[in-house]
Ligand binder design. Structure first.
Ligand SMILES: O=C(O)CCC(=O)C(=O)O
Ligand SMILES: [Fe+2]
Length: 323
């Protein structure tokens, strides 16, 4: 196992990008260029001026902590469903076949319309599992989801512009996205010397991840040189990273970067994570970007099929065929 201590606390390697001019339309192309550069290099980006009100983030955090503080039997009333919605207790996620199970607990929910309805056109989505004992959780969580999803949309427009494409290139099949959000709780851990992680080294499966860290720290990112560096919290920022599907869509041009969490702060840590994905039928096809003659490193695949395959390997509660 590699050394769990990060080599440097070095955040210059992970750029901080102000996405205000992309969101308000005043200078989208300059932002797009910065996003493009970062995605080809470290694959991780801090973004400022994301537009999510502090109160929305605070409300999501306090709801999440109220949920995690419930006794296990209460949380298990909304235990994760076959559609990957609900509470996933410690041990449910394992990022590598030979790894110890992650220490984290999470609560996962996804897109629903304003009537609370979720499409059931794919095995990785179905009704959200809102706990009856926390009546405010649905509204608070959906407010956060919708806001952070808007940030993901702006970023996807930015990535398209950065690749010299029309800005809607990645957003054509996006009305009912497969995106999921999670509240992720990390208890404090003594050290990682025994190969135990909050979340073990992994790349994210989907298109894009938008993470709201708290002030505790513990996220580490692997650089191109194979060194683990800390990605410490920076107040007012979100952390964005390229996922495997965006790397595949860009024929490997963008980098889906391994990362992990080791929470040795002595405090509890809470993350709000959006895994952004378009509709399941969306074909992830590099020819959308590089034209019909592109020499593809991997075959086109639908977003939904790809995620089913990856989920089957990562979550012990799922069958190996993804059901
Ligand atoms: O909590 C974090 O900082 C990272 C979470 C993460 O990597 C994930 O949920 O995929
Ligand atoms: Fe991740």
């Amino acid at each position: 196992m590699s050394d769990p201590a990060p080599k440097h606390i070095e955040r210059e390697l992970i750029p901080v990008i102000d996405i205000g001019p992309l969101r308000d339309g005043s200078d989208p192309v300059s932002v797009a260029r910065e996003l493009h550069r970062a995605s080809r290099e470290v694959g991780f980006i801090y973004v400022t001026n994301h537009g999510i009100p502090e109160e929305t983030i605070e409300a999501a955090r306090s709801t999440a902590m109220e949920f995690f503080r419930q006794p296990p039997e209460e949380k298990n009333r909304v235990a994760v469903s076959g559609a990957h919605r609900g509470f996933l207790s410690v041990g449910g996620a394992k990022m590598q076949d030979d790894a110890k199970a992650d220490l984290k607990e999470s609560f996962i929910w996804g897109y629903e319309d304003s009537h609370g309805v979720t499409p059931d056109d794919h095995r990785l989505r179905g009704d959200n599992r809102w706990p009856g004992f926390m009546p405010q959780m649905q509204a608070v969580s959906m407010d956060y989801f919708n806001r952070v999803h808007e940030v993901a949309h702006h970023l996807m427009r930015g990535f398209a512009l950065g690749l010299d494409l029309p800005e809607d290139t990645f957003l054509k099949t996006n009305d009912t996205p497969l995106s999921r959000a999670s509240y992720v709780y990390y208890p404090p851990q003594e050290s990682a010397s025994s190969g135990q992680f909050g979340v073990g080294p992994h790349t994210d499966f989907g298109v894009l991840t938008v993470l709201c860290q708290d002030s505790v720290g513990g996220l580490q990112v692997e650089t191109l040189d194979g060194e683990w560096i800390a990605a410490p919290p920076i107040p007012g920022t979100l952390v964005v990273n390229v996922g495997d599907l965006l790397a595949r869509w860009t024929n490997g041009e963008y980098r889906s970067t391994p990362h992990r969490v080791i929470n040795t702060s002595g405090k509890e840590r809470l993350s709000l994570v959006l895994a952004y994905d378009p509709e399941p039928r969306t074909m992830i096809d590099p020819r959308d970007i590089f034209g019909p003659d592109c020499e593809m490193k991997e075959e086109p695949i639908s977003c939904g099929d790809y995620l089913l395959w990856r989920f089957a390997k990562a979550f012990s509660y799922r069958d190996k065929d993804g059901k």
